[in-house]
Write a protein that binds this ligand. Structure first.
Ligand SMILES: *Cc1c(COP(=O)(O)O)cnc(C)c1O
Length: 266
């Protein structure tokens, strides 16, 4: 299997056939080791410490049996895009007491209660209504939640997230919601094989963070930049990613098209 690295000028988001299914612990261990090596190489190129990049395995669409293999291979965090799928899996795997869940997909207000109950991280905050609903239900549960604000850096109408110019005002409102521990920004780059256009999305997120940092409410920090997926994580690391969300390169191709997760045009 050979995936182009960012040293080439082409990215391949659509090479689903290149990601073979992980069916054993050893497959998952090997895939994680391969991804980790590529993370380290990208860090080296950009003068960064590999310990500053967290690999979040994304297990959406994969069955619980495969998630158990990931746990056995050492994963203690899993990312899921859809709340109901994540909740079902968290119940099915409740015996794995130290397994934590990161919800990385758009949330409807009426599902905030579910997230407040089981998730340890939510990466796709993009409205005050959702913030208020999460805060209310978290307080009822006596919990807090690590949160990232999702930003639309690609300009694609189909993508979720705040527009970059909306984020400053949004963040000033967040101290109203003390159960939310706001720690950074998240984005999905453009789906394009043109590496410089993809890179530009990551640059927008990093530069936005730098601009906002001068004027943050005391309870908000923006240390985390969650950006980069199987097809583009090396570019994201070169631009400052502290969390990369990797599904297919660890677990194998998904049966469902990505349009199921991002109502989109491609
Ligand atoms: C599915 C998903 C990913 C991982 O994508 P892969 O191509 O499988 O690496 C990352 N972020 C979000 C928000 C996702 O829904």
């Amino acid at each position: 299997m050979s995936i182009e690295t960012s040293e080439s000028n082409i990215l391949h988001h659509d090479r689903h056939g290149q990601y073979s299914q992980a069916v054993t612990i050893e497959d998952i261990r090997q895939n994680i080791a391969d991804v980790q090596k590529r993370i380290e190489a990208a860090c080296k190129r950009s003068g960064r410490d590999p310990a500053s990049v967290r690999l979040l395995p994304v297990s959406k669409t994969k069955p619980e049996a495969v998630l158990r293999l990931a746990y056995a291979a050492g994963c203690r965090w899993l990312g899921e895009n859809k709340v109901q799928e994540a909740q079902q899996k968290s119940e099915g795997l409740a015996d794995l007491a130290d397994l934590k869940w990161s919800v990385i997909g758009h949330l409807q207000t009426n599902k905030a209660k579910i997230v407040a109950r089981f998730a340890s991280e939510f990466q796709a905050l993009d409205s005050l209504r959702v913030a208020a609903a999460l805060n209310k239900h978290l307080q009822a549960e006596g919990r807090t939640l690590k949160v990232l604000v999702q930003v639309n850096t690609s300009g694609e109408a189909s993508k979720y997230g705040l527009q970059p110019e909306e984020v400053a005002d949004f963040i000033q409102e967040l101290p109203q919601f003390p159960a939310l521990r706001v720690r950074g920004l998240m984005t999905l780059a453009l789906f394009s094989s043109e590496i410089e256009r993809v890179r530009q999305c990551f640059v927008v997120l990093r530069e936005l963070r730098e601009r906002l940092r001068g004027n943050l409410p005391a309870c908000v920090s923006l240390d985390e930049l969650s950006m980069g997926m199987s097809g583009d994580f090396e570019v994201a690391i070169e631009e400052g990613a502290t969390i990369v969300r990797i599904g297919q390169a660890i677990f194998g191709a998904r049966a469902l098209p990505d349009s199921h997760y991002w109502p989109s045009t491609h």
